[in-house]
Structures are given as C-alpha cells and as structure tokens.
Design a protein around this ligand. Structure first.
Ligand code: UDP
Length: 389
C-alpha cells in the first residue's frame, strides 16, 4: 500500500489590516471576509481618518467589517497624520502580526508601511501599482511609498503590474488579482441595467483641487446645473467637505430644480443610483471602477487619473475645472458620452478591474508557503565579498 501524498501545508497567517476611509472600508471588507474564511487571523484597525458616521462608522458595520481596534480621531488635518503614524507604530509593535496589509493611497499606507518596517515585519500592498503621474498628488506619493515598502504587491490589472515593473519591482513579488471593489459590487447583487432603463446623471466631488477654490467650485455648480438642463435629473450626494466649502464660498447658491442634493448615500443606495444613471461626473477614484462594472460612462473632473484602463477603452473622459474652457470640455464630454450610440457601445465593454474574486485570490496567495521567502524578512548576506551590482 502506498502512503497518500502529504497535503502541502497551507499557511494561516496573523494579518493586521488598517483602514480609515470610506473607500478602504468598501474595498477591504470583502478581503477581510475572504481571509477569515480560509482561516487567517485578521486584526482590523480603524485609524479614524474618516470619523463621521456616514463616511465610516455606519459603513463598516453595514459591510460586516468588525473593528478590533478603533482610534476615532477628532484632530485637525495637520496633526492627524502624525497621530496616525504614532498609533501605527504602537499598534504594530504591540500586536506583532505576521504581516501588515494595507490598501491603496491614503495616509494609512505610509503610516503602516513605516510601522511594519520599524518592527521588521513585511508590508503587503493591495491595489498596488496605480499611477496618476501627478507630482502634486499626495495620494501618488502614498502609492509610491507603498510600492517602495512592500514585500508583496497585489496589483489590480496588468497595467498596474507594468507600472510596478517599470519602477524596478521584481515580477516575482507581484500578483495580479483584480480590484476588490468588484467583490463588493457582487455582494450587493445589483446587476447592470440596459441603457433604456437608465436616466439622469450622478455627480460627486470632494477633491481639494475642485472644491477648495471658490472659482472652481462655482464652475462645478454651473456644470451641475447645465447637466440638469441638457441631460436630465441630477443626483448629487454631497461629501461633508464639499458641503462645508459650498456654505463657506457660495452661501445661498441656487441649483436647477432638477438637481437633488443629499448627504452621502449609504453604499447600497449609492450603487443602485449609479447603475440607474446615464452618466457619472466625479473626481472620485473608486467610482471609475464601479461605473465600469455597470457599463456607465464617466467624466473625471481631473487632468489625470490612475485608472487608465477606462480612458483607453473609451468609457472615461478627463476634464478639469481650471478655467471656463475646461468646464466647456466637461460639458462636451458629457454630451458625447450620453449619445445613444456611445451609451450602447460603452455598455458592452468588459470591466477591466476584476472578476469579483479578488479577496479569495489574496487569501489563497497569502496561504501559499512558497511566499514565505518574501514574507519572512531576513538580512541578506554578502559575507563572500560580492556586491549587488
Ligand atoms: N460612496 C458611497 N456613498 C456616496 C458616495 C460614494 O457609498 O454618497 C462610495 C462609492 O460607491 C465608492 C466610494 O464611496 O465605493 C468612493 O469613495 P470616495 O469618492 O470618497 O473615495 P475615492 O474612491 O476617490 O478614493
């Protein structure tokens, strides 16, 4: 009788997952669920970067992201970053996980990358390799710090893998797994609608470049009003920062009667509104991936994006609010993308951002013992006198 071949041992790792903002909660919830489902032990840390309920607290509960450690911060922006870093240093050294896993481009990424390294622990970057090539962007620096620190990079697309490789990241350390934003969408069970079932425009804006300048903010309001008169009813859930800036810069501002303003919507309602829209106009990053899943075209109110796949496939156009010509370009893009022919073509474009199984792929890869070579950090030995180059 032959012995049954031994089952390869699967690693069950202790993983510390910090998050602090709405998009991190949405994208990490399915990953944390998938990690736990295969037996990894996950410590979640809410850094408190978004401390208001609709942006963070309610959302993490709704998505089943139970928080192990919470640090609700009420500090102003300048002291908040320092506080996140000092919390990160303390939390990581107290818990000593097998690895720290952080997503995307918020301040959580550099803070926890630094903390992981200070404790000689591996840092793993999820949604790795996005690049906007915008030198003014704090998010771009956060992404690059993530890449410089990571022992393993979970990239959403082949393009993001290529960006990482072009910066010298070893291909063996990259896994293309899609973006877990699509996992989150699948979990809503909301499917794409036919073009004839859609109407109106969904609008959001919260980037400092658009809302912190009175002139740009007023061009934005002009654009929203024009969209209501040319395309149809506009739904505009107002980010807290934008609400504050409108009250400050444009008191008594009037909107077209076809514009519906509201506080931020719950995730499910927001996604339902998105799939019912003919067009999205936004400066948000994650919405570009979500709109793509529903085959809805989008105007990005920025001069650059980190989601080039949608620019390349024709479903996204870029426009800025820098001057009146920029705003005219945004109107033109909106009109072009909502022509019947464009709507129908874009509805058939496959979503380039993943298949909805990113969380499972991450959980499987992290269980693979062959990744120990990247996840157990050792000082290299050059005792034989060789030099690296
Ligand atoms: N979102 C939401 N309610 C809203 C607006 C947005 O739940 O009223 C969700 C949206 O589905 C997306 C995420 O918030 O997943 C985007 O967050 P945000 O625009 O703040 O961040 P970004 O993606 O630009 O980093």
């Amino acid at each position: 009788m032959t012995n049954p071949s031994p089952t390869p041992s699967v690693r069950r790792r202790r993983i510390l997952v910090p998050y602090g903002t709405r998009p991190e909660i949405i994208k990490l919830a399915p990953v944390v669920r998938a990690l736990r489902a295969v037996g990894h032990s996950v410590i979640t840390v809410n850094t408190g970067q978004h401390s208001d309920a609709p942006m963070s607290g309610d959302l993490s509960l709704a998505l089943g992201l139970e928080t192990t450690i919470t640090n609700v911060l009420t500090l102003d922006k300048s002291s908040r970053l320092g506080q996140i870093v000092s919390d990160a240093l303390r939390i990581v050294s107290e818990h000593r996980p097998d690895l720290v896993l952080a997503l995307g481009d918020t301040d959580t990424v550099p803070a926890y990358a630094l903390a992981a390294k200070r404790s000689s622990l591996p840092f793993v970057h999820l949604e790795a390799g996005l690049r906007s090539f915008n030198q003014r962007s704090a998010e771009e620096l956060n992404r690059k710090i993530g890449s410089a620190s990571a022992s393993l990079h979970f990239a959403p697309t082949e393009r993001s893998r290529a960006f990482l490789r072009s910066e010298g990241v070893d291909d063996d350390r990259i896994r293309v797994v899609g973006n877990s934003v699509i996992d989150a969408l699948l979990s809503t069970s909301l499917s794409p609608l036919g073009v004839e079932e859609r109407f109106g425009v969904l609008v959001t804006a919260h980037r400092a470049t658009n809302v912190d300048d009175p002139q740009r903010l007023s061009r934005f309001v002009g654009l929203v009003n024009d969209l209501a008169s040319t395309i149809g009813p506009v739904t505009f859930p107002v980010h807290p920062r934008t609400a504050q800036r409108m009250a400050q810069f444009l008191p008594g501002v009037r909107f077209h009667d076809q514009v519906t303003l509201s506080p931020p919507l719950g995730y499910f309602s927001f996604i339902d509104q998105l799939r019912r829209s003919l067009l999205v106009v936004t400066d948000s990053g994650g919405l570009q991936e979500e709109a793509s899943y529903f085959g809805v075209p989008l105007v990005v109110l920025r001069g650059s994006t980190s989601r080039w796949e949608s620019v390349e496939n024709g479903s996204v156009r870029l426009a800025t609010l820098d001057d009146d010509q920029g705003a005219a370009r945004a109107r033109e893009a909106a009109n072009l993308l909502t022509r019947d022919e464009s709507l129908r073509t874009i509805a058939t474009i496959p979503c380039p951002y993943g298949d909805g199984h990113t969380g499972e792929a991450v959980a499987r890869y992290l269980g693979d013992p062959s990744l120990d070579q990247y996840l157990i950090l050792e000082e290299p030995s050059f005792l034989n006198g060789e030099v690296p180059w």
